[in-house]
Design a protein around this ligand. Structure first.
Ligand SMILES: C[S@@+](CC[C@H](N)C(=O)[O-])C[C@H]1O[C@@H](n2cnc3c(N)ncnc32)[C@H](O)[C@@H]1O
Length: 290
């Protein structure tokens, strides 16, 4: 009979030995490698949880290693939280990006793992209201694309960014930390809004507001840069674009988009993109009938 348990413990044994010998993983700057190591450990521990052959000492070594690397992450995260509270978050967060590297489209990486800890995101425990037709479920913009948004739109502390469908608030929180801009998150799901407010309060960010509202009814008069990570499609997107066009008829505004809504926004004759529009990168549009 094939021994599944033993087969599972072998890769765990090899991994643990490899990671135990790599002391560089405890250097704070080895973020990418540490996050990858933690992911691999969690994955393997999960898979051997039912295997009777996974011996106690081996599991204890894996758990000790996981705890040690997690402690390094927690210390790093706390140092960044302190820097944010002292107004130095921008340099610290930009320091974790790879200079000159274009953000690739899909997926989350070590920067998202760090940002999620730094912003103290909580998974909402309340039931989430079901989405109406044309509404898109929650998914955060990957952190490297938020930093790309800041660069491409050259956001400064004179801007007021409005994230339409802001979820747990990644975009307003990161933009405010990195630029000092006033940021407003509009989100229909109350549990997300409450979580985003707690994240802002815990970092003493007083330039960020989160409103539990439908984007079709929200006050758009304060923003000059509106961000959409494909929060809705169809008729809702049409209504919101019409409202933004109305805003643009009497003042200067810009839109920034990410994801599939970019193609629809790019077809609006009153908007001019600052670069070739693409759904896999942030695209910034200027309203031309202002
Ligand atoms: C793809 S997520 C984007 C989250 C966030 N903007 C980000 O980039 O991290 C879309 C969000 O839009 C919200 N949403 C969908 N329809 C909405 C509406 N009509 N008004 C306000 N928020 C809406 C969803 O609840 C979800 O949190």
């Amino acid at each position: 009979m094939h021994d599944h348990g033993a087969a599972m413990t072998d890769p765990l044994h090899t991994l643990i030995r490899e990671l135990e010998q790599d002391h560089t993983l405890e250097q704070p700057e080895r973020l990418r490698e540490r996050v990858h190591a933690l992911d691999r450990l969690e994955d393997l521990l999960l898979h051997v949880s039912d295997a009777r052959a996974c011996d106690g000492p081996l599991r204890q070594r894996a758990q000790a290693l996981h705890a040690r690397l997690s402690t390094v992450q927690q210390r790093l995260c706390e140092a960044i939280r302190q820097a944010i509270k002292q107004g130095a978050g921008s340099q610290v967060l930009h320091g974790w990006t790879t200079p000159g590297q274009s953000p690739v489209a899909d997926g989350y990486d070590h920067l998202d793992a760090l940002v999620s800890d730094v912003l103290a995101f909580e998974e909402p425990t309340d039931d989430i209201a079901s989405l109406d037709a044309d509404m898109v479920f929650y998914q955060p913009t990957p952190a490297r694309h938020v930093l790309d948004l800041i660069d491409r739109a050259a956001i400064s502390d004179r801007d007021v960014l409005v994230d339409l469908g802001s979820g747990l608030g990644h975009v307003p929180l990161l933009v405010s930390i990195c630029t000092g801009a006033h940021c407003i998150g509009i989100e229909r799901e109350t549990a997300y809004v409450e979580g985003a407010r707690r994240s802002a309060a815990s970092l003493q960010l007083d330039q960020v507001r989160f409103m539990a509202q439908d984007a079709r009814e929200a006050d758009l008069s304060r923003g000059n840069l509106f961000y959409l990570y494909t929060p809705f499609t169809g008729g809702i997107l049409r209504q919101v674009l019409d409202r933004l066009k109305q805003e643009a008829s009497h003042r200067e505004i810009r839109l920034a988009t990410f994801g599939p809504c970019t193609d629809i926004v790019a077809a609006e004759p009153w908007l001019v993109p600052s670069c070739q529009p693409g759904s896999d990168r942030i695209t910034v549009f200027k309203a031309c009938n202002a």
